[in-house]
Write a protein that binds this ligand. Structure first.
Ligand code: ATP
Length: 355
């Protein structure tokens, strides 16, 4: 694989507000990248800078080795799919898709042929003569996609393209998009604030916070080894427990008196331990202690059953801890009852933090 897009030290300020703070990112040919982060973290600003709709204050953006920082959007080898589809209402679907090649000087017959091919790729070959107003949200989104890929860009930018769809359709479209991207081999950069969506579709996720990149990696790397407290908290459910190295090979957690024994030579002296709810086991009150299983005891405050699993919220040493169990809870698992939870210390992911 070779680098397609190279973002080097990009900064963007809006008055005193720093929307992009020294962004550095390389994207490979054919990669599916998701820019993920909370509202206002700078995702759209970064996407618009790549597209050319916005000029960074400093830094450079190169595509295939060519610096495109000063090129207008239409001169960059990319296309953008917007949240609102932006289809022309007075044109048929086929005309909407053929518009791009026509603007590039392709003759009418050839443009329509390319449009038919693009529509076939998104499964809409039979609906070319319809108008956008006669199509569902999901179909309009596919037309927008067909229009964006018809000129075979090297890079496709997608700004929350599925946010207007209902949950079921959105989940189906996520998989469709992933299949389409694999078929086309075009690199996609997709913006969302939905971490489940990001994990479903991305080859690599770029987690952003307050104008900076917090971490870049595969879904599993980001979930199992978050680089910061922010990433641990933002991606999935996490128990974040303060820790301190208190002695030779001894770590003390904020929720447990007995220290953990672990080789501490490579561990920062303090920080946060991440423990995912699925790594906490609910133990039977009378069960014998298991070697290697560390126990914590607390009081149940809430029991939330969502069908496939149950979340048990328990107060332990003043901190709310969440455990996830499969299926439905037993009749004794109610608010106010005592709960015994166990975990394997190997599942703790430690993130060092300076004072
Ligand atoms: P969302 O998920 O809500 O779309 P985002 O991560 O895409 O958020 P951006 O739209 O990139 O965030 O905005 C980043 C920050 O820059 C925000 O605080 C926003 O208010 C600010 N901002 C964006 N565009 C402008 C502008 N034209 N003028 C002033 N501030 C702006």
């Amino acid at each position: 694989m070779s680098v397609l897009l190279s973002i080097d030290s990009v900064c963007k300020n809006f008055g005193p507000y720093q929307a992009l703070d020294n962004i550095n990112l390389d994207i490979e040919q054919g990669e599916f990248i998701v820019l993920l982060g909370p509202s206002g973290c700078g995702k759209t600003t970064l996407l618009r800078s790549i597209a050319g709709f916005m000029q960074p204050d400093s830094g450079s953006i190169a595509i295939d080795g060519q610096d495109v920082s000063r090129l207008p959007p239409y001169r960059r080898p990319l296309n953008t799919v917007f949240q609102n589809y932006a289809l022309f209402p007075h044109m048929t679907v086929l005309e909407n898709v053929a518009y791009g090649p026509r603007r590039q000087g392709v003759n009418r017959g050839e443009a329509r042929e390319r449009a038919r091919e693009a529509l076939a790729l998104v499964g809409l070959e039979a609906l070319g003569e319809r108008y956008p107003s006669g199509m569902s949200g999901g179909q309009q989104q596919r037309v927008a996609l067909a229009r964006a890929i018809v000129n075979k860009p090297k890079l496709l930018l997608l700004d929350e393209p599925l946010s207007a769809l209902d949950m079921k359709l959105r989940k189906r479209m996520q998989l469709e998009l992933k299949h389409l991207q694999a078929k086309l081999g075009i690199a996609f950069i997709f913006v969302t604030h939905d971490q489940e969506e990001a994990m479903t579709i991305a080859d690599r996720i770029v987690v952003m916070n307050a104008g900076r990149i917090e971490q870049t990696g595969t879904s599993s790397a980001i979930y199992s080894a978050p680089a910061s407290r922010f990433v641990a908290d933002f991606i999935g459910e996490a128990n974040l427990i303060d820790y301190q190295v208190t002695g030779n090979d001894e770590i003390r957690l904020g929720i447990r008196n007995q220290p953990l024994v672990r080789n501490t030579s490579a561990i920062p002296s303090q920080g946060v331990a991440v423990l995912r709810p699925e790594h906490l086991q609910v133990l039977e009150p009378a069960a014998a202690e298991t070697p290697g299983c560390h126990e914590i005891h607390g009081t149940v405050s809430d029991v939330v059953t969502v069908g496939s699993h149950t979340l048990i919220h328990a107060l332990i040493d003043g901190q709310m801890i969440i455990a996830r169990t499969m299926g439905f809870p037993g009749p004794d698992m109610v608010a106010g009852s005592t709960v015994r939870l166990g975990f394997n210390p190997a599942h703790l992911h430690l993130i060092g933090e300076s004072v």
